[in-house]
Every structure is written in C-alpha cells, then in structure tokens.
Write a protein that binds this ligand. Sequence first.
Ligand code: APR
Ligand code: PHB
Length: 392
Amino acid sequence: MAHRRTKVAIVGAGPAGLLLGALLARHNIDAVIVEQRSAEYVLSRIRAGVLEQTTVDLLREAGVVDRCLQEGLTHDGIELSFDGGLHRIDFRALTGKHVTVYGQTEVTHDLMQSRARGNLTTDYEAEDVRIEGFNGEHPVVRYVKSGVVQELTCDFIAGCDGYHGICRASVPPEAISTFEKVYPFGWLGVLADVPPVRHELIYANHERGFALCSQRSKTRSRYYVQCSLDDQVDQWSDDAFWDELRRRLPAEIAEAVTTGPSIEKSIAPLRSFVAEPMRFGRLFLAGDAAHIVPPTGAKGLNLAATDVGYLAQGLVEYYHEGSAAGLDQYSARCLSRVWKAERFSWWFTSLMHRFPEAGAFGSRLQQAELAYLVGSRSASSALAENYVGLPL
Ligand code: APR
Ligand code: PHB
C-alpha cells in the first residue's frame, strides 16, 4: 500500500477538477487529482463550447487563458429561428457583454498542459475510487493504481467526478435532497470539419423539432437536432443527419450549410438535476457531480467553473487567512447561482423543443412567446443577460 498526504484531494479530472487544481496551484495550496479514466479518454469527450466572461476570468486567474484569448471566437449575439424567419438577439447592445466560443476540449487540454508544466500530480486510471471520513477531521481517498492500493489523506475532498461519480453517491441518502426533471427527447450531435453556416449560433424551433447550429472554430462546426430517446446513433447516417438539420432551418440557411463527414456523432439525453446541499462536512461537490442542466444555453461548463471559483476562494481564505467563512458559504452561494441557471436552461429548452405531450395549444404558446421575445426589448434582455451569464 502506498500512502500520501495532500491538502485538497480532487476526485475527477474534468473541467471542474482541473480548474480547481489550477486555481489552488496559483495560491500554493497543495492538491492531488484522482481520475478513473485516462487523459486521452477525458480529452476525447466532446461537450459544449460557449464560455461566459466569468469563466474566461477564472481561466485568467488560473493562468490558462492565453490560447482561449487567441483562438476563442467572440460572439456578440445569437440568432433564433422560428416560423421560417431568423431573429438576432444582440447581447452587446442589450447587456454590453459577449460570450467566447472555445471548446470544452480545448479548455481541458490547456488545463492539462498547465498541470504538466507545474509538475502537479494527477493520478489517471485510478480504479475502485472510494472516499471515507469526510464527516470527521481526517478524510481519505482510497483507490488502486497499477495494482497498488493508494491511500490519500487530506484536509478536504472536492467531489468533481461528474453526474455518475462516487462522491455524491457516498453521502448518506438522508443528508441529501435531489431535484430532477428528465426531458422526453435527446440531442443528436455531429462534429464536422466544415465552416459554420453563420458567424453566430442559431437556435431553431421547428415543427419537426429543435435544431442548433454551433461551432468550435472557423473551420469546425457542431450541429444538433432534437431526436427521440429511442434513436440509436448508428441508425443516423451522416446524410440523414444533414437532411434533417436542413429541414429544420429557414431555406436560405439550409442552402448555405456546408456538409461533410462527421468526426464525432453522439446522442445525449436531456436532464435537469440539483443536489442540495453541496457540502457535507469536509466534502464539497462541484460541477456535474452536484447539478446537471439541459444543454440549451450552454450553462453546464460555466456553472462548473463558478462552483470551483467559489470553492477555491473559500480554500484560499481558509489556508491563507485562517477563515472558514468562504467554505461555510460555499453551498448557499453556489446553489443560488445554480438554480438561476437551472431555471434559464429549463425555460430555453421548453421554449425551443417539440414536446410530444404539449399538443397544438402548447406549440401556439411557444410561437407567441417567441414572437414576444424578439419583439420586446425587456424579454430579449432577459434572455441575453442569462445567456452571457448572471453576475457573481
Ligand atoms: N473516480 C475518479 N474520477 C471519476 C469517478 C470516480 N469514481 N467517476 C467519474 N470520474 C471522472 C470522470 O471520468 C470525468 O473525467 O470525473 C470527471 C468528471 O468530469 P465531467 O463529467 O466533465 O464533469 P465536470 O468536471 O463537473 O464538468 C462539467 O462537463 O458534462 C459537462 O455540461 C458539463 O460542461 C459541463 C462540464
Ligand atoms: C455546443 O457547441 O456544443 C453547444 C453550444 C450551445 C449550446 C449547447 C451546445 O447551447
């Protein structure tokens, strides 16, 4: 058995765990990350790619913002498509802010590189990860690495191990409340090395279902169509995907879509989920381990970033100022922001998708709300200020 000690044991090397690790390193707080997958596997997961200014600011604070500033694309608005027309929501005019299009994969890559440069420990391919003792003074993370049992003792555990992780599952059921909504459809996504159809993202409400035209760069596009939960990815040929996407877009946009072979194609279910509280003794949950939003509005990565921003702040106060106030406020501060993002993501999902049970009345209401949204400066501002990110 190998034994090691650190101040903060971080479980999970997704964006939440890696960003927390980078923020703590900037403040000379010793941390070890334990991840069950390989680094290559973590990097191969394709996720969203829209960063709020708050997230870019945290990357700056973590010392990993350079490539994001060079290669990220500044977007001053989005377009909404419905009823055959396109309507722009001008973030800059309505809020003075913008978002940055930069893939989660790139964020993860930059954080991994910065960890490697700083010689910081990440134990990839850790098997049978368990956490113990977080209700007392001496939490421990145990796992097996290359056949050797590892015992990592620490002051705090950061549960950054995503929705299916073991940290939230290790909390006794009576100590945690969960809130959940599952949506009756999924998103079929395709990544392709073709130029995006428009400079900005298009969110489309169509009678055949929702569609989204997104992008990763000037030469790489990410497109989605709402699909049935019964659909299998292999039933969807590239041609079938492109045809379905174009059917859901206004004619002039459909004609302008550049198609090409998919480099990734996957189906994701849509879910809203919150666990309360986000702290249990010396265990702090952050990111997808504590909450899930449906992807409409791209809040998942941004919420994970603000969670670990608050957590890093609390830990810095604890170690450098001897104050536990930030840690004590962690759960409440996060949850107040989380629930606002949950509300926005649920609202934007409800507005843009076809719900089997909504019927003709439901779809008329959607049309009326969309018309109101683009016609009213107040309604447009409400969308814009949530999309660019509410203030901390
Ligand atoms: N032990 C160690 N690591 C684990 C365990 C475990 N038992 N279970 C899961 N993990 C790892 C996963 O392999 C993954 O790399 O934890 C990591 C969690 O990363 P994410 O799922 O990416 O979650 P998070 O870092 O919170 O990032 C949130 O990801 O899902 C998107 O929309 C979400 O963009 C948001 C972001
Ligand atoms: C994406 O590019 O993957 C993306 C963008 C915006 C969203 C969701 C996903 O709302």
